[in-house]
Design a protein around this ligand. Structure first.
Ligand SMILES: *[C@@H]1O[C@H](CO)[C@@H](O)[C@H](O)[C@H]1NC(C)=O
Length: 134
């Protein structure tokens, strides 16, 4: 191999390594935190509909059974809204809020009869919102 083709092989390898590592870093950077939403409504409430979105990402509507959990990722440092429908009741809240949640890796939400509760450790809960009915 001549000096020139050696140089070409070297440069191509460097480019491949750079593009692989930046896509790996990019992916790590993309998931800032996880939003967990648990349906803890009383027995017999039936499944609920949950949808979460930010200005940039929309996760669409998902059905979550009694006792079930919905999970989605925080992709940008932006406010994420979630909305839940259970029977004739509706709730919407800030599921992720950079000024409140900082660099925490997980935000837990418990949807109970008496409100919408936030936790950062999945064990201590604070009520942040209530259901509205039409
Ligand atoms: C949160 O806690 C509940 C009750 O202990 C458990 O069932 C659930 O798996 C936990 N969720 C996560 C994401 O760890």
């Amino acid at each position: 191999m001549g000096a020139r083709s050696c140089l070409v092989v070297f440069l191509v390898s460097v480019l491949i390594i750079i593009s692989l590592s930046s896509s790996v870093l990019g992916r790590q950077y993309k998931q800032l935190a996880a939003i967990h939403v648990t349906n803890s409504m009383p027995k017999g409430s039936g499944p609920m509909q949950i949808s979460c979105k930010s200005s940039y990402t929309n996760y669409g509507m998902h059905q979550v059974d009694e006792g079930g959990e919905y999970q989605c990722g925080v992709q940008e440092r932006a406010v994420y809204f979630c909305m839940a429908l259970s029977g004739r009741q509706m709730a919407s809240w800030h599921a992720f809020q950079p000024s409140r949640d900082g660099s925490r890796k997980a935000v837990y939400w418990l949807l109970k009869d008496d409100g919408i509760f936030l936790s950062w450790d999945n064990s201590t809960w604070v009520r942040k919102s209530v259901w509205e009915s039409e």
